[in-house]
Design a protein around this ligand. Structure first.
Ligand SMILES: [Zn+2]
Length: 290
């Protein structure tokens, strides 16, 4: 579970070691087939280049091609260190921090982080049991209005299973026609969906869910219910963490990039009890392209 800077420095002392690691993830062991001759190759490093040659047919492969590092001039050690730093933080790291700690320009730090967030993308999810669904507004100017319809902010819709995983997505609006299809896609029919009184959730029952609501407008936050209390406190807790991260760490995030930040936050939340350290989770995903 623990993975410290000492582990990191031991594992990745040079750029060559980083490239070897990447080769292993992408062309090592069982996946080590040469794309040309399809044999399990013994790869040997090509002198002076960031490529390896197949022991059978001599074809060169580049471990960085098609990954988040593709065509980057930044040394892999810098990249891996940035991944390490992003995996260590609980609420996200500011690009300014990466700039300072990794020793790259702000622009480079920002771009690297944007690429690294691609490793945190949400996979498909289907929840059952009791879930909470809710929407919020994130990003934009720091001192925007609060609540529904706030200017410059982007709506985000989310579903969380209590004691479980979360799904969240930046959406163009919070109409029922946007939100209900997301509920249908991510919640198994017959499950219990808890929401507030907002009208966009009116058709939940019609769509085959047990629908329970709290009336926030009249100051009601928890209702007794069986077997579980009726509230949306879990998703609201997630929102407040997300906002603290986006508004507190990154200041202003445009709607265009918001989904990446949402993905990063969902990734952290969904791995909060994972036995593997986030750094190792991210490193294991380097093989899947970008
Ligand atoms: Zn070959």
């Amino acid at each position: 579970m623990k993975y410290t800077i000492v582990h990191f420095r031991d594992a990745f002392p040079t750029d060559d070691v980083c490239l070897d690691y990447l080769l292993n993830v992408r062309f090592g062991g069982k996946v080590g087939k040469c794309p040309k001759c399809k044999k399990i190759a013994n790869w040997s490093r090509v002198a002076g280049r960031k490529t390896y040659a197949c022991s059978w047919c001599g074809t060169h492969v580049s471990p960085t091609a098609g990954t988040i590092f593709h065509k980057s001039e930044t040394p892999l050690m810098h990249w891996f260190y940035a991944i390490f730093l992003m995996s260590q933080s609980k609420n996200g790291v500011a690009a300014k921090e990466i700039e300072r700690l990794v020793g790259v320009t702000y622009k480079c730090a920002w771009r690297m982080m944007h690429q690294i967030r691609k490793l945190m993308e949400q996979g498909p999810s289907l929840f059952d049991g009791t879930v909470e669904a809710d929407e919020t507004y994130v990003g934009g100017k720091r001192r925007g209005k609060r609540g529904r319809g706030a200017s410059g902010k982007t709506p985000v819709f989310g579903i969380v299973k209590r004691e479980g995983q979360v799904f969240a997505k930046a959406v163009p609006n919070v109409k029922a026609s946007t939100v209900m299809p997301l509920i249908r896609e991510h919640v198994r029919i017959g499950s219990t969906v808890m929401t507030d009184e907002f009208a966009i959730y009116n058709k939940s029952k019609k769509n085959g869910y047990k629908h329970k609501r709290v009336n926030h407008g009249s100051g009601q936050y928890v209702r007794s219910g069986r077997p579980e209390k009726i509230h949306t406190n879990t998703i609201e807790g997630f929102w407040s963490q997300l906002k603290r991260s986006v508004d507190g760490t990154h200041h202003s995030v445009s709607g265009k990039h918001l989904q990446r930040y949402v993905d990063e936050h969902v990734f952290r939340y969904n791995h909060r009890n994972a036995p593997t350290h986030l750094f190792q989770v991210l490193m294991s995903r380097l093989g899947s392209g970008a």
